[in-house]
Design a protein around this ligand. Sequence first.
Ligand code: FRU
Length: 489
Amino acid sequence: MTAIDRIDTPRPPAPAGMTRPRFHLTPRRNWMNDPNGLVHHGGLWHVYYQYNPESPDWGNMSWGHATSPDLLRWTEHPVALRYRDGEQVFSGSVVASRTPEDGTLTALYTSAYDDQHQAQSRATSTDGGWTWDRDPANPVLDRGTAAFRDPKVTRYVDNEGRARWILVAVEADDRQVLFYESSDLREWEHLSTFGPIGPKGVVWECPDLLRLPVDGGDEERWVLLLSTNPVGEHPDPDGSSMSYVVGDFDGREFTADEARLVRLDHGRDLYAGVTFDRTPSGEAVLLAWMNNWRYAHEIPTSPWRGAMSLPRRLDLTRSEGRYLLRQAPVGEVAEWLRAAVPSTVPGVAQPFEHRSGGHLLCELGWDPRSTGPLTVRLNAGAGAEVAVRHEVATGELRVTRTGPAAESVHPDFPTVSTAALSSDRPARLLVSLDGSLLEVFVNGGEQCISNLVPFGPGPVTVSVDTSGRGPVTITTVDPVVHLPATPPD
Ligand code: FRU
């Protein structure tokens, strides 16, 4: 078998407990966490990811590998970088050579040694990402510390047109991001250190540095993405989350506009997100792990555990004197919705009900001034219900994941997530449900709420009601009709 053949083992039994997604990436079996080495290369989207090749629990960390032509239909491949005696392969990134005719991919990843020491190592692939050679000089970037990890490399071109590689990595326990530069991806020079800022009692993980235009114009700002996870004696039961900081990067140093972390997603299950190298359109596309370290080990799925979010295009807009990072699904999702026929219902007189197979896209448009509060209920039976409600009085969208099914997952699983949603202008929601993954995008991604939901196999009924008579426009899509007949391998 060559490395690019599919692994031809029998299809695993149907998952127990929470349902396996169809248009999100999950491994066929065993444990997955962070996305690693995201790169578009040779016409394919490559995703490497934190993977335990031997068990549905965290451990033996290696880089799994999957590819997709379109970010929705995934094929899993053999493990790309396997753990070794005394060394696990933690998170990192991949960049494609910018020299024409040179198809080399370079991975920078964290070697997590059994003696509690973490340092950055390097591997290269000259066959398009299928097989990798580790650098005999590894580790190539070592501070002799215990929590130096998650290198993310990006290409930086200065005002004089001089290009170089910038690597950001965390000293996780110190809540710091370290900036390095290199011209050959081998030798790294320390440039500066950012942090600590924001709440204590967390580690910083999986940084990323992006340059984004503001509202699609000429102005550009830099964004530092971060994942934070509570640690210490009484860690925050809300667990892991992602944040961002907007500022400037002059090629050496990142300067924040304001010394505060802004929450990227208001749900409980979006972590370790980073962006792809070399997207065809040059846009920033984020992929994140849809889980939370607080209960990740107890998610009732089998024989797989762990899923990625929908890939999201990131852009910056200016809103109320601040920069706001928006995120919206990329690719065919928008086309599927455009091709579907919307229904317009007077919310109160004719409550809307739709039975789905548990995989669904639902777009809603309404004007809160004429509908009043609006509620979307997703009911999977057996005590599993999630409500998405716009509270007109407080200008909030609330996603409620409570009840017996949620309680049975973990004591900290039941939750109410909230995000701002103005009551005095027309509103739009995109609700994506893929088995046990729920992502809610508010007003074109100005706010997002991403949550696992305790839905087993079987139908899910969607209902929409309002308290006022104003119309609600609802478009539903069954994504499964657009996907291959068999579930993803
Ligand atoms: C984030 C993280 C990273 C680390 C990896 C280990 O979820 O803790 O900091 O590299 O997971 O699997």
